[in-house]
Design a protein around this ligand. Structure first.
Ligand code: GLU
Length: 337
């Protein structure tokens, strides 16, 4: 029976490379009818951020990556970790317990990552450890520890890391590095998940492809129903037509504002506005209204300005469609400076 684990350190919102591990573990479990444990590796106090574990749980839920067991905090298992250290470790002069050159228990009696991870992978019956290349060097030692404890080590699979476009470790400097960063940029969870699924289990390090994520974002938003899209943006469903051209949720929110907040910019185009009003009152549907206005030489830039207060933005007919009739007519009233 396949049993994998995703074991982040609680440093805060998941790094995209860690999220790749989470998705890869989930997929591997699903493909083999196995289960996945969520383990929080909190043995290093310096890496434990306040609320770090909660942030990870929220990130996984957002990404739609489920786990079957846990979260288990390594710190809660220190009695067992100590017991195991005494079985296989030798004391050194400083009062630490060591296994060869590796510290298992610090002089203050707290277990290290290496010890806790080997013990937990053994005790939880982990069959496959799938994680980033940065842990490749730990595999031999962890397998040896597990054997010394009388167990059979799991299979270790290490995947390539996610790098920035400059080939260095992906960090906020590159624009985004964590799921929180991507959320803030307005990328829907479906797009991030699809991007990570597409990367699969890279053998070598890969460079983060923001352009690809943007395309997946556009596709993910297009696949949402009007109701879902409006709910994500937090606006009434009547605004949906204007959200449709947006490539991410931040842009969608900006577009929504254009129709939800009445503009005050003066517009000096009385003939265009009067004609647009006539067409709107005659009940022309939005595309026809814009086409007709254009055909009679109406000033479309002025129309846009009257409707949104801006001279750029989503397609004009979509703005017309997203405005309730009363509001549309109100915005077409002469508004001189
Ligand atoms: N907690 C480690 C990390 O976040 C991963 C440990 C492991 O997968 O063995 O990098």
């Amino acid at each position: 029976m396949v049993r994998v684990r995703f074991a982040p350190s609680p440093t805060g919102s998941l790094h995209l490379g860690n999220a790749l591990s989470a998705v890869a573990n989930r997929r591997f479990a699903d493909e083999h009818g196995g289960t996945m444990l969520l383990r929080i590796d909190d043995t290093d106090p310096a890496r434990n951020a306040e609320g770090g574990a909660e942030a990870i749980v929220a990130d996984l839920e957002w990404l739609g990556v489920a786990w079957d067991e846990g979260p288990v905090r390594q710190s809660a298992r220190f009695v067992r970790h100590r017991e195991a250290a005494h079985l296989v470790g030798e004391p050194d002069d400083e009062g630490a317990l060591r296994f060869g050159r590796t510290t298992l228990l610090r002089p203050d009696g707290t277990p290290t990552y290496q010890l806790a991870t080997a013990v937990d992978d053994l005790d939880f019956g982990i069959t496959h450890v799938i994680r980033g290349n940065d842990h490749r060097a730990n595999a031999a030692l962890q397998a040896e520890l597990i054997r010394a404890l009388g167990g059979e080590p799991p299979e270790y699979v290490h995947h390539g890391l996610l790098l920035g476009e400059d080939g260095r470790k992906l960090s906020k400097r590159h624009g985004a590095a964590s799921l929180a960063d991507l959320r803030e940029l307005g990328f829907p969870a479906e797009a991030v998940r699809a991007y990570l699924e597409e990367l699969g289990l890279p053998r070598h390090d890969v460079r983060f492809d923001l352009a690809r994520l943007r395309r997946l974002s556009t596709e993910a938003l297009a696949a949402l129903s009007d109701e879902e899209l409006a709910a994500r943006v937090g606006v009434p469903v009547s605004a949906a037509p204007v959200l449709r051209g947006a490539r991410d949720l931040v842009e969608a929110r900006e577009y929504a504002k254009l129709v939800l907040e009445p503009p005050t910019t003066p517009v000096d185009a009385p003939e265009t506005l009067a004609r647009a009003r006539e067409l709107a009152e005659a009940g022309l549907e939005p595309r026809a209204l814009v086409r007709e206005l254009k055909a009679v030489g109406g000033d479309l830039r002025a129309l846009r300005l009257a409707l949104t207060g801006r001279d750029r933005g989503p397609e004009l007919w979509a703005v017309v469609a997203a405005l309730p009739r009363d509001e549309l007519l109100r915005r077409l009233e002469p508004r001189l400076g």
